[in-house]
Design a binder for this molecule. Sequence first.
Ligand SMILES: [Zn+2]
Length: 223
Amino acid sequence: MNCYNCGVIMNRKNRSVEHIINASIGGFRKGYNLLCVSCNMDFGRTIDYELGRQLGVFGRLLNIALDRGEHSVSSEVGVIDCERAIAKICLNYYLSKGYPKKYIDGVRAFVRGESSCCAYYYLPVDDVLPDDEVSHIIHIHGGGGVLYAYIELFNMLNRVIVFSMDYTGEDIDVTYCRDVVVGKELVKHMTFRLGRRELEELKGSPPVADVRYERLMKIISAV
Ligand SMILES: [Zn+2]
C-alpha cells in the first residue's frame, strides 16, 4: 500500500495508525494503510491541530471520551484552513472503505493546501436529529455522475466535500455515524441526494446562520 499523500510504499516501519475522525474530537475508528508516519505527523502538526483547537472545546464541554494517541504536538504555524482537516476526514473514510483512488485527486490537493476549496456549507432540510444526540456523521454518495461526501461534526459543522463531478464508478451510498456522548457507533442512513445542479449551486451559496449551533449549545448547557 502507498501513502495516499506522498505515495511512498508503506511497510511495518513507516506506516501509521490514522484516526479516520480526529481523536481530538472523539474519533475512535482507525485506518492502518492510509498515511505514512511522516505525513501523519505533518497533518497532525498543522490542519489536524487546528481542527482540535477549534472544535475540541465542544468535546470537553460535552465530557466525551477521547481515544489514546491524540496528537499533542503544538502548532508553530499561523492561520490554517480548518476546512482542509474536515476534507481529510472524508478522504480518510472514503479510502478506508477501499473505494477507487482515481477520484481523490481534487480533494487530496485541497487537503494538501494546493488547490482551492472543495468544501461547501450544506444543511439537509429534512434531516431530523433525536433531541439529545451529538454525533459525527460521514456520508459518501457516488452515482448520477457525481461523487461527494457529506460530513457533520458535532452535528453542527456541516459540509459537502465534492470529490468528482464526472463520476463513472459504482454506486456508493454509505454512512458512518458515531454518537460522541454515548460513545458508540449508530446505524444511520442519510437519505438526501445531491445531483450535479445542486452541487453547482452549493459552490455559490454562503454559510447561513446556524440553528445547529444553538441546538448543540442547548445540549451542552444540560450536561
Ligand atoms: Zn506519506
